[in-house]
Design a protein around this ligand. Structure first.
Ligand code: SF4
Length: 426
């Protein structure tokens, strides 16, 4: 714990932009709102950066805060929420997702500050009348009845629980703090509070994990009162402690062929249990798909608040600077300083639609995409269509009902196929 906590400032430094032109304070959301793009965003992501412990595989912007900055963070976040709210133009929000970090680590007082600000700044009527979706990410060890009651009373109807594995040895490998039993307890607490929609995250391809281990994890997950499962393979991101240990040869990663077998096992086991795969790594009972994540994957628009949170509004992409100290600096307007601003670019949007759309079981509206590209560059549209036909002929892509979808054989090659199609867009 201490060693990883020591690692955190270095990680923060690495994530902080070192070139002044990257960190200009741009009240972008303000200018977007005044440019008449207001009604574009009906979704909101909020990032809570605090964690009780830095898991050594994690490259999210999150850290152990030894300085008890939750109260000032919550006040600052409330200020930002008030600032960005006009970009929803008074329309009801349809989805909110509060992630992190570990949102369930926040104190009740900090939560009250944030939830009150949300209620005052935005129209939450669609969420409150059951037509929207309000998700909070939780870690099992920090779920309490008081917190779940508070969240439910504020309109939260969905929790996403970080289970990751049900085998103690693998939880230890991942440096997770909870016990397997605690996942069921936390889900019961959420259910008792009236939070009807519950999801869990699993990680596979953990070093030392066998197919039998994974099968047991899936069985344990399916025995829980959940409607949704996200199953991600363990990835070794640059600058994480786990990747450093891997590079030092301290352990062996999961062999690639075993990882593919695990990927197939997950699909087989979960679909047999009635969970449909609607995105490569996400499974849901009918109608229980995560609506907020679908906004991302369909390249919709969403607002964002909190350090490191990324937004997509009116074709603009940008990200709040991932550094709490910068975020907490007084801002008269309430807007956060941003980095990685990309102005609207129709060709980029087409590439992004290919990248995320191919991961969805609903696929991509091929006619619509080709028509959009043809208005920009007819040659590129021809080139994209012929590239898609090549992939179709190899049996990895199908075109039916006017949509491109990866076939079962193609799913495992999703990234490569998307790269080829995106290259054709130019
Ligand atoms: S709890 Fe989640 S966000 Fe926090 S360090 Fe672990 S994986 Fe990262």
């Amino acid at each position: 714990m201490t060693a990883l906590a020591d690692h955190t400032p270095l990680e923060q430094f690495r994530q902080y932009p070192r070139h002044p032109h990257q960190s200009a304070r741009l009240p972008l959301a303000e200018s977007i709102a005044s440019a008449g793009l207001r009604a574009a965003a009906r979704s909101l992501y909020i990032h809570i950066p605090f964690c009780a412990h830095k898991c050594h595989y994690c490259d999210f912007y999150s850290f152990v805060d030894s300085r008890d900055r939750q109260p000032i963070f919550a006040k600052r976040l409330a200020h930002e929420l008030r600032a960005i709210a006009p970009a929803a133009a008074g329309f009801p929000l349809s989805t909110i997702f509060i992630g992190g970090g570990t949102p369930s680590l926040l104190s009740l007082a900090a939560w009250k500050t944030i939830l009150d600000a949300l209620e005052l700044a935005f129209d939450l009527s669609a969420i409150r009348n059951g037509q929207g979706e309000f998700t909070v990410e939780c870690n099992p060890e920090s779920v309490s009845p008081e917190l779940m009651d508070l969240l439910r009373s504020a309109g939260v109807d969905r929790v996403s629980m970080g289970a990751q594995s049900f085998k103690p040895a693998h939880l230890q490998t991942l440096e997770r703090l909870h016990t397997p039993d605690r996942v069921a307890e936390a889900l019961d607490i959420a259910a008792d509070a009236g939070i009807q929609r519950r999801s869990i995250d699993l990680i596979y391809a953990i070093p030392g994990q066998t197919l039998t281990d994974l099968e047991r994890d899936l069985d344990a997950a399916l025995a829980l009162p959940v409607e949704h499962l996200s199953c991600y393979n363990l990835t070794y991101e640059p600058n994480t402690a786990m990747t450093h240990r891997l590079n030092l040869g301290q352990f062996s990663p999961c062999p690639e062929d075993l990882e593919i077998d695990m990927f197939n096992l997950i699909a087989d086991r979960l679909t047999r249990a009635g969970f449909g795969r609607y995105e490569i790594s996400n499974y849901a009972l009918p109608g229980a798909e995560c609506r907020h994540n679908m906004v991302y994957w369909r390249q919709g628009s969403w607002l964002a608040a909190g350090p490191s949170a990324s937004a997509h509004v009116g074709g603009h992409r940008y990200k709040n600077i991932p550094r709490l100290e910068t975020y907490l600096e007084t801002s008269d307007t309430g807007f956060a300083s941003i980095i990685d601003h990309e102005p609207p670019d129709p060709r980029r949007l087409i590439r992004e639609k290919i990248m995320t759309g191919l991961r969805l079981s609903e696929g991509i509206d091929a006619g619509d995409l080709l028509a959009q590209l043809a208005t920009l560059d007819p040659e590129a549209a021809d080139s994209l269509e012929s590239e898609a036909i090549t992939v179709e002929n190899s049996g990895l892509l199908s075109r039916s009902g006017g949509r491109w979808r990866l076939t079962d054989a193609g799913i495992i090659f999703a990234d490569g196929i998307a790269a080829d199609l995106m290259a054709a867009v130019g």
